[in-house]
Ligand binder design. Sequence first.
Ligand code: IMP
Ligand code: MG
Length: 170
Amino acid sequence: MEKLSVLINETKLQKRVNELAKQIMKDYKDKDIVFVCVLKGAVFFAVDLAKKIKNNVEFEFLEVASYEGKESTGNIKLNKDLKKSIKGKEVLIVEDIIDTGRTLNYLIGHLLLKKPASLSICTLLSKPSKRIIELDVNYVGFSINDEFVVGYGLDLDQRYRNLPYIGSIE
Ligand code: IMP
Ligand code: MG
């Protein structure tokens, strides 16, 4: 068993999710938004965020895989693509964490081909010191140091996703 310490507790998480929701509502005015939720890690965050937004929020999902254990393989695989067209829609990618930036860089390219009216990025966590590909990220919940985190959707080999807080593995 790994040793876990609490990095961001539930209260702080929910407070930040609230702030992000307010910012998104301000930016999108009364437009409909399509959340493209990146499976599986972003599910918890995307659901909480959507519940705090008054706009119409449509949910679409895609799944990518690049990690084995605590290492990014850099080899991105699209396991599941969108089912519906996002052409002409206001699309917000909702992600759990940006590490090297390779996954999102790949996803942006993939989604732009589908011709949305706009494409923005909202991530709960970001590890700026690990970035290999620079990205314009519209909404960032928390910037964290280079440490491996789990909980609130984030996993280590599929474990710990259901923790209500973000924990750091020691
Ligand atoms: P990137 O392509 O290197 O930016 O990696 C992004 C993906 O790696 C995220 O969507 C996560 O699934 C996973 N990941 C990166 N860092 C962590 C972490 O600290 N904990 C759990 N998953 C992580
Ligand atoms: Mg992910």
